[in-house]
Design a protein around this ligand. Sequence first.
Ligand code: DQA
Length: 151
Amino acid sequence: MKRILVLNGPNLNLLGTREPTVYGSTTLADVEALCREAGGRLGVDIDCRQSNHEGQLLDWIHEAGTAHRNGQLIGAVFNAGAYTHTSVALHDAIKGTGLPVIEVHISNVHAREPFRHHSYLSPAAAGIVVGFGVDGYALAIEGLVRKGQVG
Ligand code: DQA
């Protein structure tokens, strides 16, 4: 069975207690369960990972790029948290591996502070899902599967 990597970046381990008015009360474990459920419906395996460390996220993207080239991985759904707005290295990793990445944000970053309006990931992403709350992860998984099917 083909796989999708669901990657969460810094502070997303705090979901559930972190600014609930912005991010809701769903925990990261709930989000991961929601992703596995979406994968089950679509017939794909879901591999969920979270790290607060940029280098770890880079290593996982490199690994995922190899798995994608080998035909084992459809792509990744990636909420890079604040690294979205700061990380040229994550941009370069996505470009450099050719990994299809759907960028996800729980909140509508464009309706928030100006420093959240720019994303280093968006120009390298295959698609973007913003502002749908945690449902955005399931939408991104479905979008990635559908994109994979149409080539
Ligand atoms: C976020 C938005 C980012 O601006 C923020 O730094 C996060 C979460 C979101 O999911 O809405 O950590 O990516």
